[in-house]
Design a protein around this ligand. Structure first.
Ligand SMILES: Nc1ncnc2c1ncn2[C@@H]1O[C@H](COP(=O)(O)OP(=O)(O)OP(=O)(O)O)[C@@H](O)[C@H]1O
Ligand SMILES: [Mg+2]
Length: 357
């Protein structure tokens, strides 16, 4: 009755595979005691037409890029954790009596799924995880119900199969991000204790805002904004192809006028987007009126001085997320490239860390 492919189960040998709108990122971690080490890493850009925003438009093309990334990473692991995201994904905390047997709980969840999931159940994979008893009402369990349209998962399976990988875990991108946020506590004031921290991941098409209080997630929101706009601005302004504009951006090999004529306006837009996202949070919350720190992530966090700009504009301390600062890095994981790409790897880190759940 239950399609186990959503969530799935961890495995000690697992690569985190972030198939995002602009690239494929492969990351493998190991863990000794509490210390993580990066064992393998590679990222490969996705050509135009491979993705349609967050869904795979061409599984063969994406499968070939995954295969290349896996081979360059040097990993021998074939088990992968991938994520789904966007409008095809639904999740909600539902309630269940704590007295139910496992079988009764499954039936209860199925009934609730029929009521809550906004698609016919035969068009989705769905699964659930027990969050735990409610603090003020231990007879009631909070249960996380998650559903995803089948084709979204099938496309990922198809692409992984072409690359010779097995999808062991299918996570929801926001949860993978939340998982990685836990590994940023070393950057937070008082290690996050008693603090409210916004982790803002600015990718190519999507900006995700995760707000943690005391390291617990209190709010998440995705908005359609990202560095694709910057790449397109460069493309138009200097009459380049999209791929050349992206290469120029990544290498920093840009004309002298780039900062004043292109970048400044994107940086201003970014500040405005973050400001607006935080206002949304404050207006949705009765409890929070203050953010202690912003951690910037995603490829756009690599824009020089973006953290300083955001700090000055919003008057909130701001830094670039460094998920690997307290991890070891194996020589074959290309430490220099890894350090350059660090901020863009939060989702990959969250997925790779599923190996140790
Ligand atoms: N060195 C850099 N300097 C400035 N911007 C960069 C740099 N490298 C990448 N970017 C920007 O970051 C974006 C890619 O970031 P990231 O890898 O986080 O996106 P993604 O995960 O593919 O996107 P999404 O999560 O929206 O699907 C690109 O659109 C690019 O504009
Ligand atoms: Mg991303």
């Amino acid at each position: 009755m239950f399609e186990q492919l959503l969530f799935g189960s961890g495995s000690k040998q697992l690569i985190g595979l972030d198939i995002s709108s602009s690239s494929v990122k492969v990351l493998e971690l190991s863990k000794k005691g509490v210390r993580y080490q990066v064992e393998a890493y590679a990222a490969e850009p996705l050509p135009a037409g491979a993705m349609n925003e967050r869904s795979i438009a061409d599984p063969k093309l994406v499968g070939d890029v995954i295969a290349r990334a896996v081979s360059r990473s040097g990993t021998a692991t074939q088990n992968a954790a991938v994520a789904v995201s966007g409008a095809a994904v639904f999740s909600k905390i539902i309630e269940a009596p704590a007295s139910l047997s496992p079988r009764e709980l499954e039936e209860h969840v199925q009934m609730q799924a029929q009521n809550h999931v906004p698609y016919p159940l035969d068009e989705v994979n769905y699964d659930f995880q027990i969050v735990g008893p409610q603090a003020n009402n231990p007879e009631v369990l909070d249960v996380l119900l998650a559903a995803c349209r089948k084709e979204m998962i099938e496309q990922r399976q198809a692409a992984l199969e072409i690359a010779g990988l097995k999808p062991k875990v299918v996570d929801i991108e926001l949860y993978a991000l939340e998982n990685a946020c836990q590994l940023l506590s070393h950057q937070m004031p008082d290690q996050g204790t008693g603090k409210t921290v916004a982790v803002v991941d600015i990718g190519a098409t999507t900006t995700s805002v995760t707000i943690l209080h005391n390291l617990q997630t209190v709010y998440t929101r995705e908005q359609q904004f990202g560095g694709k706009q910057l790449t397109e601005d460069i493309m138009r302004h200097y009459a380049m192809s999209f791929d050349d504009a992206y290469k120029a951006l990544r290498s920093g090999n840009l004309p002298d006028t780039y900062e004043t004529e292109v970048l400044t306006s994107f940086v201003n837009d970014t500040g405005q987007q973050i400001d607006r996202a935080l206002q949304f949070f404050f207006s949705a919350s009765t409890e929070f009126t203050h953010i202690d720190q912003i951690l910037l992530a995603g490829g756009c966090a690599q824009i020089t001085n973006l953290d300083t700009h955001i700090h000055e504009r919003l008057n909130i301390p701001c830094a670039v997320a460094r998920p690997f600062a307290q991890m070891g890095v194996a020589a074959r994981a290309k430490p220099q490239q890894l350090a350059k790409d660090e901020s863009a790897l939060l989702v990959a880190v969250g997925l790779a860390a599923r190996a140790f759940d």
